[in-house]
Design a protein. Structure first.
Length: 260
């Protein structure tokens, strides 16, 4: 799978960016782990879109910025990234922490967006629907709880992790904790502003999400006017990996139709 790897300086921070494909821009924002690999779903999307995948400041091979204190800071960073690359008509896609960031971006300024897709995003809180405590899970528990498929979890756990990759994973975990520890995985002020989102919005959830349960999907749908909710069966927290074909087909169809 071919892709370009760039190091861009934005807001005084050097960030790693993977990019490939042509067509409408599709910016993918990863979750609480670094987006270190060009994954199969990215490759498939790049057949139809100009796919751009940054590693957030403080994650993976990107520098840690001294100004990064909360998800709002990350949202403003990505608004600056859109301007840096001169992107318009962007299809913004984010998973988990990246989905939360995408929502925070959209309530601030959506003039450069064509569509928004959020995959099991964090960001709001339902007192009667507790999230998984990812900050207390061991590394093995986290992997097992991300997937519906035990076979897929075993495959991930059996892959050797070199020392440098372990160091980057620890760095990413520290940044994720700083951004999402208190309050745990939500912004008390986000829900009241989600009504500002006016671009076509797709909400995707796995029916066996152990980190942020699927009940959060309808809650987001009620808060975002005109949004569409799709629950993917036999799937965990990362549908783009576990249910790759259904994910790619759903996002592609949504952008071609609902976001036209």
């Amino acid at each position: 799978m071919q892709f370009k790897e760039l190091i861009e300086t934005i807001d005084g921070c050097k960030v790693r960016v993977m990019r490939n494909g042509s067509g409408e821009p599709l910016l993918f924002l990863h979750g609480g782990g670094a987006s270190s690999d060009w994954l199969p779903f990215m490759d498939k999307l790049s057949k139809k879109f100009d796919v751009i995948v940054p590693e957030h400041p403080g994650f993976g091979k990107s520098e840690t910025a001294d100004w990064l204190d909360n998800i709002g800071d990350l949202a403003y960073f990505y608004l600056d990234l859109l301007e840096h690359f001169g992107l318009e008509g962007v299809n913004l896609v984010g998973n988990s922490l990246g989905g939360w960031t995408a929502l925070e971006l959209a309530i601030r300024n959506q003039t450069r967006l064509k569509s928004l897709t959020v995959i099991s995003p964090a960001g709001i809180d339902l007192p009667d629907v507790p999230k998984g405590d990812v900050f207390l899970w061991t590394g093995e528990q986290t992997v097992r709880n991300l997937f519906h498929s035990e076979e897929l979890a075993e495959a991930v756990l059996s892959r050797p992790m070199p020392d440098d990759e372990q160091d980057r994973a620890m760095k990413s975990n520290v940044t994720a904790a700083r951004l999402g520890w208190q309050p745990p995985l939500y912004n008390p002020h986000l829900a009241k502003w989600l009504h500002r989102i006016s671009v076509p919005t797709l909400i995707l959830w796995g029916d066996d999400d152990k980190l942020i349960p699927k009940d959060y999907g309808p809650a987001f749908q009620k808060l975002i006017p005109g949004s569409t909710l799709k629950i993917i069966e036999n799937c965990g927290h990362v549908p783009q990996v576990e249910c790759e074909k259904e994910f790619v087909d759903t996002v592609t169809s949504f952008i071609a139709g609902g976001a036209s």
